[in-house]
Ligand binder design. Structure first.
Ligand code: SF4
Length: 169
């Protein structure tokens, strides 16, 4: 896996770029966001692309991750806190914010969704400057994943269960 460090670094550079966008959006919408520590209502078991899975694995410092399988929440939650918070995947970083996705039948026409706990007082007018374009981010993530897969020696599934991290520690 050390040979793949180049791809993991590229992935974490991408995450840094995403975090900067998120931070700017959090400032813009600070009055309407209630996301806070120990709010884990959006934490459900999820699958990720192999580049995310193995980058996260490469950065997991603690081998003391506990997996508690439950139908109600993500297996990586412990006492309502994410055990891999600093290196959580894209889907977890962005959830809650106004996210724009192209429609299947019209990719250029975007629909915006956000956590129902947010924007309860008022829904602002969404425009390019106050939303996160998830199509753009996902295109970049898929590009990074394809490069990683080309270099990877072996077969990998299209998506991997995040809770399976435990099997590699
Ligand atoms: S990985 Fe962390 S942030 Fe993502 S769903 Fe699981 S507990 Fe929540």
């Amino acid at each position: 896996m050390e040979n793949n460090q180049y791809y993991f670094d590229a992935y974490f550079d991408f995450i840094k770029f995403v975090d900067e966008k998120i931070s700017a959006l959090e400032q813009i919408h600070s009055k309407y966001l209630v996301c806070k520590k120990k709010c884990s209502s959006c934490c459900m078991d999820t699958t990720v692309l192999p580049i995310e899975f193995f980058s996260i694995l490469s950065a997991v410092k603690s081998k003391n991750i506990n997996i508690s399988v439950s139908k109600e929440s993500c297996s990586l939650l412990k006492k309502s806190l994410c055990q891999i918070y600093e290196i959580r995947p894209l889907i977890c970083r962005t959830h809650g914010l106004p996210l724009a996705y192209g429609q299947d039948d019209d990719p250029l026409s975007k629909s915006v969704s956000f956590c129902e706990l947010n924007f309860t007082k008022r829904i602002p007018a969404f425009k390019d400057s106050n939303i996160l374009d998830m199509d753009e981010l996902n295109i970049e993530l898929v590009r990074l994943n394809e490069k990683f897969l080309k270099s990877y020696d072996g077969e990998l599934p299209e998506r991997m269960e995040l809770k399976d991290l435990i099997n590699y520690l």
